[in-house]
Design a protein. Structure first.
Length: 156
């Protein structure tokens, strides 16, 4: 089973958010929360809040919907920061010109899953199984001929 939480329109560039999300991917929830608590990045607090929301979603499903979930065995299955809309702004420049710059916005999504005793994932989402990949055909690489150098002009 997968438990998700997402936040949208966060005023941080997705690249900066990915730096923090890469630190917690694949970790247990408790370890991820400790990592985020001691991280100096400004976005770490928002990611921590989002991670706690995903844990609460798992807790809600375990109590209200009678789904058997062990909160201690949850891990961060996937954490993504995607682009949101960009705000275009203009800054005054010398000689009456204007420089244009972009303020980026991110949509952040975290998914938690339950891990078994041996470290394998317990439950999978239906339809998530991948079909075996088809063999890839190799393309033939053809070397290009070098063109002859410039010919010298004949003297008269």
């Amino acid at each position: 089973m997968e438990f998700r939480a997402q936040t949208r329109f966060v005023r941080v560039s997705p690249q900066k958010a990915r730096l923090v999300l890469d630190l917690i991917k694949g970790r247990r929830v408790e370890d991820a929360l400790n990592t985020l608590a001691f991280n100096k990045k400004r976005i770490a607090a928002k990611v921590e809040k989002l991670l706690r929301s995903a844990v609460q979603n798992a807790n809600y499903l375990s109590t209200e919907k009678n789904i058997d979930v062990d909160l201690d065995s949850l891990y961060v299955k996937h954490a993504v920061a995607n682009d949101g809309p960009r705000m275009k702004r203009i800054r005054p420049a010398p000689m009456g010109r204007a420089y244009r710059y972009v303020r980026r916005i991110a949509h952040i999504e975290i998914a938690l899953a339950e891990r078994g005793k041996n470290g394998a994932q317990l439950a999978t989402v239906v339809g998530e199984e991948k079909a075996p990949a088809a063999p890839v055909k190799k393309k033939r690489v053809v070397a290009k001929k070098k063109s002859a150098g410039k010919k010298a002009v004949a003297k008269k």
